[in-house]
Design a protein around this ligand. Structure first.
Ligand SMILES: Cc1ncc(COP(=O)(O)O)c(C=O)c1O
Length: 398
């Protein structure tokens, strides 16, 4: 494990240099290949270097990389159309609008700015009257000042105080806890459909439905952070879709570009006029190259039936992981998650990550007691079976 001398130490020491990716495999600079169930932390949804994605990016690279949002970008418009149709077909006929940015934190910043604009409109143009956002304990929304304050985890905020004000926290899957935080100062609720960094804790269907009702009753926005769990990871394009609700706004990033940085928020029709020219923006957001990458991701997910792949294969995979838990109950304390987003409760997550890596499987810790398995959506039955076999060898050796 090493820290490269001229890099800042905000990341831990790294076990190897990654130099090549190829489908579900990641290769290091000594020629060793690993089954990559990190997917770059839920980013490379199509695996590494999917040929159709590479072609789409290459074609765009030769045509136009960047031009700013001063000009219309056909690929960005096509991408917005696709996202709008994915979201509106499920529950509502109201299409809404999309705003592009470059990362998950930026998407959530845009959601929080939307919440402030909504709060101001609720209080008839007065600022500072209705601006609070309720988020869940143990959540993770990113590392900017707004996102840090929204993230109800001390370890994320430590050392960076004072935090931006205007955030309250409640307990995930406990509607009474959210009710207790709700009053006329609250402009929005923001939650992850499945808490990722917090250890793979899904929001229950009933809870999401009740939360939507609560938000409606108080005229506040329900904003869903789909940055980690979205873009097909659960077998639905967005994880919230399983609940049948329609949020007021959705944040996404990670898998959207398949490895090329892009983020976005979708805003429902009712609130889509809150952003007006000059109110928000970013130089790179949705530029031609990023949009081409994301268009390719969505097209390939559809063409190759990857949502079905996740739904079909995850049943046996979860069941085999369950069998592993039954075999090693002292070492596996829980199996949580949906589709290709699974958390395994363990005693020492960094140790399990290390042992799995030694045996050729890459997984990610989520805190000290959960390891996350985030296979690319293209993973086959045998890739998933191999992950279980390697984990079995890990737990057996302990
Ligand atoms: C749910 C969630 N929201 C937001 C973020 C922040 O995204 P980014 O790292 O792209 O800023 C993350 C990153 O892990 C995340 O998991």
């Amino acid at each position: 494990m090493t820290h490269y001398p001229s890099l800042a130490k905000n990341y831990g020491a790294t076990p190897f240099n990654a130099v090549k990716g190829d489908g579900v495999m990641l290769h290091d600079d000594t020629g060793k290949a690993y089954l990559d169930f990190t997917s770059g932390i839920a980013v490379t949804a199509l695996g590494h270097s999917h040929p159709k994605w590479v072609k789409a990016v290459q074609t765009q690279l030769e045509q136009l990389v960047h031009c700013s949002n001063l000009f219309g970008i056909p690929g960005q418009q096509a991408l917005a159309d696709k996202l709008v149709s994915i979201i509106s077909t499920e529950t509502s006929s109201s299409p809404g609008r999309v705003l592009f940015c470059n990362s998950g934190a930026e998407a959530n910043e845009a959601l929080m700015k939307l919440a402030r604009l909504h709060g101001q409109s609720k209080s008839k143009g007065k600022e500072g009257v209705c601006y609070e956002v309720i988020t869940a304990h143990n959540s993770f929304h990113g590392r900017t000042f707004g996102c840090m304050a929204a993230t109800a985890q001390e370890k994320i905020q430590k050392g960076f105080g004072p935090m931006l004000k205007g955030f309250r926290h409640a307990e995930l899957n406990n509607i009474e806890s959210f009710k207790a935080q709700m009053d006329s100062k609250v402009a929005a609720v923001m939650i992850e459909s499945i808490q990722g960094e917090g250890g793979i804790h899904p929001s229950e269907k009933k809870f999401l439905v009740e939360l939507k009702e609560l938000c409606q009753a108080h005229n506040c926005l329900l904003m869903i952070d789909e940055v980690q769990c979205g873009i097909g990871r659960t077998g639905d394009f967005f994880a919230y879709q399983e609940s049948g609700i329609l949020p007021d706004a959705i944040g996404m990033a990670k898998g959207l570009g398949g490895g090329f940085p892009i983020g976005a928020i979708w805003i429902s029709d009712q609130y889509s006029e809150l952003f007006q020219p000059g109110s928000h923006g970013t130089t790179f957001g949705g530029n031609p190259l990023a949009s081409a990458a994301a268009n390719a991701v969505i097209d390939i997910i559809e063409e190759e039936g990857l949502l079905e792949n996740v739904r079909k294969l995850s049943k046996a995979w979860h069941s085999n992981l369950g069998k592993l838990q039954a075999k090693y109950p002292d070492q596996i304390t829980a199996i949580r998650g949906r589709g290709f987003m699974v958390g395994i409760g363990v005693n020492n997550a960094p140790k399990i990550v290390e042992l799995a890596r030694d045996k050729g499987l890459l997984i990610v810790p989520a805190g000290m007691h959960t390891v996350r398995l985030l296979p690319p959506l293209i993973s086959s039955e045998s890739d998933l079976a191999e992950s279980v076999a390697i984990l079995e060898a890990v737990f057996k050796a302990l």
